[in-house]
Design a protein around this ligand. Structure first.
Ligand code: CMX
Length: 474
């Protein structure tokens, strides 16, 4: 749980954590006048050289140290457990779940700034934390709200493109295509073509990332309105509101609790360390110096897969079919049979299992807490809760899944449908808007730290057999 930039706790006068480094003059100013540090770029400008030199020294001392071995099973098994990436913004523990820069989800819920009168963390605060390692002040979070409001406008060619998509094109395909087309706005691509010095890459990646995060709710809302609200206008951004509130307004929802849900939703879906398909994809594509728009749209194509982000859509489709087949109240026995039928027909139970986690996903737990608080009697929530008691035992009995517990996607759709968002095909787009916070925070650091082109060695089966001295005829 090492926190990379240890000035943060002192800067905010948090009670725990020892100060183990000597702050420079800039840091000292931070401690005295935290309000001066409202501009995220200024904070980064201070942090980048420190982190560059910390890693340079680490590599000089430990660069040749062996940290594990690779087995044939790992290569055929989707590289599970293989340590092969540096990813700074979050780390996933198999039992405990995700920590964002060292902070668990309950800690983030407690410590991150909230909207006036709100109880859920602002995604702005989470982004600041992911980028800097520091829990931001209320002023810093609202600086981000204003900054994103300023940068939100879409170029007209993207609006035209979205308006011309056929209604049978999946919302995730529309989302990804629009993000690719937004690269007309890339300041990194422009600077690169003009020969910018590589020491300055991160600054352009930062600008593009901020612009892209600002624009994503507008793209997502436009898709929603075009597909499900007869192409009605998303309206204008209100610079006095936070990012999530503007998003729910543009989607056309006015319930304050739905906006609170969106703040929580956009915070918890943001990042899940570096090896998951969407994060790894943006990391890989970004390593070719493709700009943030191209890197992130590639990530969205991965998120659109049913074993990854599309699972939130799949869960609701599966639950709705269950309800249709069995009616309102379902007995535990009937539910067990339904789950077994899914397994016997060679399908997965969506929303259960995970490549890394081995316990209930804390992202599931905090959504469950939200449901207990705001919709305890919702029939779909009751169904989800009933499934929680039955699916793990069935998966254990089947004996295949390494993790029988629910993941984030098992719960999110049920909350959304309660507030009237019943369009299941759309759910992964919300996941995508949130995922930008994590992968783009990392992309800024990947360029700041000069990470090279990603290019692992692949092997043919014959080559592997030769390597381990196996008999090739089988
Ligand atoms: N239902 C049925 N079978 C499952 C299962 C589930 N929920 N989870 C795992 N299994 C099966 C696997 O398909 C695999 O079967 P085969 O041996 O026949 O190939 C076996 O159990 C072992 O798999 P594993 O090592 O436990 O899991 P993986 O790391 O290979 O896969 C995941 C992880 C998430 C793809 C898988 O658990 C799954 O398909 N879950 C359902 C889809 C889902 O909810 N995805 C969302 C994940 C979170 C996210 O990224 O958003």
């Amino acid at each position: 749980n090492a926190r990379p930039f240890r000035g943060s706790r002192k800067a905010l006068h948090l009670p725990h954590g020892n100060q183990t480094h000597n702050p420079g003059i800039f840091q000292t100013l931070i401690y005295c006048f935290p309000v001066l540090l409202q501009n995220l770029k200024d904070v980064l400008t201070d942090l980048v050289p420190k982190e560059q030199s910390r890693i340079k020294n680490f590599k000089a001392q430990y660069g040749k140290t062996n940290i594990g071995s690779i087995t044939v099973d790992m290569i055929y098994g989707g590289m599970r457990g293989m340590k092969g990436l540096v990813y700074e913004t979050s780390v996933l523990d198999a039992d405990e779940g995700i920590r964002f820069r060292g902070y668990s989800i309950p800690e983030c819920q407690r410590l991150l700034p909230k909207a006036p009168g709100g109880e859920e963390p602002l995604p702005e605060g989470l982004f600041w934390l992911l980028v800097t390692g520091q829990v931001p002040s209320q002023e810093q979070a609202s600086w981000l709200s204003k900054e994103w409001a300023k940068r939100a406008a879409l170029p007209s060619h993207v609006v035209t493109m979205l308006d011309n998509f056929p209604t049978n094109l999946h919302p995730m395909s529309q989302f990804s295509a629009a993000i690719t087309a937004l690269n007309s706005e890339s300041s990194f691509a422009r600077a690169y073509s003009e020969g910018v010095n590589k020491a300055k890459y991160w600054e352009y990646i930062y600008e593009d990332s901020m612009d892209l995060i600002a624009k994503l709710p507008c793209v997502a809302a436009k898709i929603y309105r075009n597909l499900y609200r007869e192409g009605s206008s998303i309206g204008a951004i209100d610079s006095s509101l936070d990012w999530s509130h503007n998003f729910t307004n543009m989607l056309g929802y006015s319930d304050a609790t739905f906006t609170e849900l969106m703040r929580l939703y956009l915070t918890i879906h943001s990042d899940h360390e570096g090896g998951n398909v969407s994060a790894h994809t943006s990391h890989l594509v970004g390593s070719a110096l493709s700009d943030p728009y191209l890197s992130f749209s590639a990530a969205m194509n991965g998120l659109a897969g049913p074993l990854h982000g599309l699972a939130n859509q799949e869960v609701l489709v599966w639950l709705t079919a269950l309800q249709k087949e069995m009616g309102g109240e379902v007995s535990d026995e009937a539910m067990r049979d339904y789950i077994w039928n899914t397994l016997k027909s060679g399908r997965v139970v969506p929303g259960y299992g995970h490549a890394v986690l081995r316990k209930t996903d804390p992202r599931y737990t905090c959504q469950q807490e939200f449901a207990f608080k705001h919709l305890p009697n919702d029939p779909m929530f009751k169904l989800v809760h009933q499934l929680y008691k039955i699916v793990p035992n069935v998966l254990l009995e089947q004996g295949k899944a390494k993790n029988p517990w629910p993941n984030v996607d098992a719960h999110s759709g049920v909350l959304l449908q309660y507030y009237g968002m019943t369009e299941m095909n759309y759910y992964t787009v919300l996941f995508g808007v949130s995922r930008a916070l994590g992968v783009l925070a990392q992309l800024i650091w990947s360029r700041a730290l000069g990470f090279p082109l990603e290019r692992p060695k692949s092997m043919s089966t014959d080559g592997l057999m030769t390597l381990v001295g196996a008999n090739k005829s089988g």
